[in-house]
Design a protein around this ligand. Structure first.
Ligand SMILES: O=P(O)(O)O[C@@H]1C[C@H](O)[C@@H](CO)O1
Length: 276
C-alpha cells in the first residue's frame, strides 16, 4: 500500500476547489482541542463540513467541530482553518489522520500552523502557558510514511533535522509580546492516547527531554514536512502532566483551559498569519 492516498487526496482537493467560492489560501491552521475560538476573531467567509468532503474522515472528539473554513485575517489575506482534527486513538490509521495534509498539498498550502492541547512535562511550566514546539518525539510505535513511497510526493528517507521552521519560529517569537503572549519553547512528545499518561510514563518522557505531551500533531507535521510545507507548532499547556499535576485529568477540564487561553492564542496566530 502507498504511504500517501494521492488519488483520493486529488479528488477531495478538486471537490473543495469547486465547492469553495473563494480562492484557497496558502496558509492553513489546524485548531487543537478547545482552540476553536480562533474563528471568532477572524471574518469567516465560508465553511464546508468534513462530511461533505469526499474521502475525508470525521471528527469524533469534543472540542473539534469538523469543518474546513476559509476566513479573512486582514484585507486581502485569507487562511484555511481545520476546525477539528483526527487522532490515531479514534481508530484512524496514521495515513487517515494525515489525509487532510495530503489534501492541503494538492490545494497548494505552503505554510501549516498546527496547534494542540497538551500536558506540561517541564516543571517550570504552568497550566495556561503556551509553548512553541521546536522539536518532537514520536512515541506511538507507528508512522504516517510507512508504505510504498511515491518519489513524486516526497523522499523515502525524510530528513527531520528541523521539522518546525526556524523562520516561522522566529516570526512567532517576534510577534509574541505585542500579541500578549510569553511563549515557552520545547519538545512535544506524541503518545497514542486515549489514556492520559501514568506517572511513570511522564518520568520516562521527561528523561527523554519532553516539555509537553499529547496525542496529536506529530503525524501531521511529518506529513507536512514530507510535502515540503513550512510548519509552526504550538502547544497550549492545558494541565501539568501526570505526577506534576495536583488533580486528575479529564477532557472537559482540558477544553476549559484551552478555551480560557484561546483569546490570546488566537490573536497571536492571527498576527502571525497576517505577517506571513
Ligand atoms: O487534538 P489535541 O491534541 O489538541 O487534543 C488533546 C489530545 C486529546 O485529543 C485530548 C485529551 O484531552 O486533547
Amino acid at each position: 500500500m502507498n504511504n500517501v492516498r494521492h488519488e483520493e487526496a486529488k479528488l477531495s482537493a478538486a471537490h473543495l476547489q469547486k465547492a469553495f467560492s473563494h480562492a484557497i489560501p496558502e496558509t492553513a491552521v489546524i485548531l487543537g482541542s478547545g482552540l476553536g475560538d480562533f474563528t471568532k476573531i477572524v471574518k469567516v467567509l465560508e465553511s464546508i463540513s468534513y462530511g461533505d468532503i469526499p474521502h475525508f474522515p470525521q471528527s469524533s472528539v469534543a472540542g473539534h467541530k469538523g469543518k474546513l473554513t476559509i476566513a479573512e485575517v486582514a484585507d486581502g489575506k485569507n487562511v484555511l482553518i481545520m476546525e477539528g482534527r483526527f487522532h490515531y486513538y479514534e481508530g484512524y490509521t496514521p495515513q487517515e489522520v494525515t489525509f487532510p495534509i495530503a489534501v492541503f498539498k494538492e490545494l497548494g498550502i505552503k505554510q501549516l500552523i498546527v496547534s494542540n492541547a497538551a500536558g506540561g512535562c517541564n516543571p517550570s511550566f504552568t497550566a495556561g502557558d503556551i509553548m512553541i514546539i521546536d522539536d518532537h518525539i514520536n512515541l506511538t510505535g507507528n508512522h504516517p510514511l510507512i508504505g510504498k513511497n511515491d518519489d513524486a510526493c516526497g523522499p523515502r528517507f525524510l530528513d527531520q533535522t528541523a521539522p518546525y521552521s526556524p523562520r516561522l519560529i522566529a516570526l512567532a517569537e517576534s510577534l509574541a509580546t505585542e500579541s500578549g503572549v510569553a511563549p515557552k519553547k520545547g519538545t512535544y512528545v506524541k503518545m497514542t492516547g486515549p489514556t492520559y499518561e501514568t506517572r511513570a510514563e511522564i518520568k520516562m518522557v521527561q528523561s527523554y527531554g519532553a516539555d509537553s505531551v499529547g496525542m496529536s500533531t506529530v503525524y501531521e507535521v511529518i506529513m507536512a514536512n514530507y510535502f515540503g510545507m513550512e510548519v509552526l507548532g504550538i502547544s497550549c499547556i492545558t494541565n501539568m502532566a501526570t505526577g506534576l499535576a495536583k488533580t486528575h485529568h479529564n477532557h472537559a477540564a482540558v477544553v476549559d483551559v484551552a478555551n480560557s487561553v484561546s483569546e490570546k492564542f488566537s490573536k497571536w496566530v492571527k498576527n502571525i498569519v497576517v505577517a506571513l
